[in-house]
Design a protein around this ligand. Structure first.
Ligand code: ATP
Ligand code: ZN
Ligand code: MG
Length: 310
């Protein structure tokens, strides 16, 4: 166990160092917090456009939010029930001049200064789809076609890691479906197929497998087991720093009536709406492409270049 851990750690640190040396990732001194080079961003943008082209016929409604949620939406979302360990809240200084002096003195003396920071009404977005449910709920009952939304956001998760594929701030593109159980299941099935074909066009080795979220605590283990047994979450996995433990690059999630109940979203007949989402991890896909095709995008296989650059 210990030995294989070390090998994984070494592989992750090795890949990270190589990416930094090539200038693709710009280190900040904090694990999981990176700048990205122009080439890295170009790959992310081309991949983002590729997703759009595979989803275009569905006519999703585009919505873009800053990488933050309203605190009242975050509180109602029950994120803290399931993933308190990942959440990031935004705090700010709200003190008077005296408190300011104290803050500066503590900073100067290398003491803890953040305990004077107060919570704001802004919380970091943990997954791109989170702002969508209250927004759709606000509109009242769904029409016959339900809702289909295209979102793209930076997300924050407090999971610092040596693994360059596990960042604290990363981008997630998602399509989110809200409607009847049939509409939502059709959506997820269609994206399971499209997601695989889309990634196959990029020439990377992949597998699709059932998965679970890292629900917190003892009760969380039950939730995770239940999620797997019911096949509620699938991931498209690509080896990046390990063959045995490939990295989740896309996920296909069926929430049943979880968000529908939380936000009181209704179908035209008054039933509680079901929801599903497909999420693309933008940095992870870019890293998978660099891992399998090399750091020089001009030398990537013609078919891959054609898929991305047309
Ligand atoms: P993992 O099991 O690796 O933690 P996840 O199940 O938490 O992934 P989701 O919550 O389904 O991931 O998020 C959707 C997508 O966002 C993932 O498939 C992945 O591509 C990307 N993603 C998730 N967490 C991170 C992270 N820390 N850094 C970079 N990308 C991430
Ligand atoms: Zn989602
Ligand atoms: Mg995770």
């Amino acid at each position: 166990m210990q030995a294989s851990h070390t090998a994984t750690d070494d592989a992750q640190a090795g890949f990270r160092n190589a990416l930094v040396a090539a200038g693709l990732l710009i280190p900040t001194g904090v694990d999981g917090l990176y700048g990205r080079s122009g080439v890295f961003e170009e790959v992310v943008e081309r991949f983002n456009d590729l997703i759009t082209s595979w989803g275009r016929d569905d006519g999703a409604e585009v919505m873009r939010f800053p990488p933050a949620l309203a605190r009242h939406h975050f509180e109602r979302s029950e994120y803290l029930k399931s993933f308190p360990q990942l959440a990031g809240t935004v705090h700010s200084f709200k003190g008077d001049e005296r408190a300011h002096q104290t803050l500066l003195r503590r900073l100067e003396e290398g003491e803890e200064w953040t305990d004077g920071q107060m919570a704001t009404n802004v919380v970091m977005t943990p997954a791109a789809c989170y702002p969508i449910y209250p927004t759709v709920a606000e509109r009242g009952p769904l029409g016959d076609d339900g809702a289909l939304v295209d979102v793209y956001s930076y997300c924050f998760r407090h999971e610092p890691s040596l693994d360059p594929a596990r960042m604290q701030l990363f981008r997630m593109r998602e399509y989110v479906r809200v409607g009847t159980p049939d509409q939502v299941m059709d959506f997820r099935q269609s994206w399971l197929e499209r997601g695989r074909a889309l990634m196959e066009s990029l020439g990377v080795p992949l597998a699709v497998d059932v998965a679970n979220d890292p629900f917190f605590g003892r009760a969380g283990r039950m939730l995770a087991a239940n999620q797997r047994d019911q096949g509620l979450k699938f991931e498209l996995l690509i080896p990046i720093t390990s063959e045995e433990k490939p990295t989740a690059c896309l996920s296909f999630n069926y929430h049943q009536d979880h968000f529908g109940l939380l936000w009181d979203i209704r179908t035209p007949d008054g039933a509680v709406a079901h929801t599903a989402c497909v999420g693309f991890g933008m940095e992870r896909v870019a890293l998978a492409l660099f891992r399998h095709h090399g750091f020089d995008v001009r030398a990537w296989p013609g078919s891959v270049r054609a898929a991305l650059w047309g």
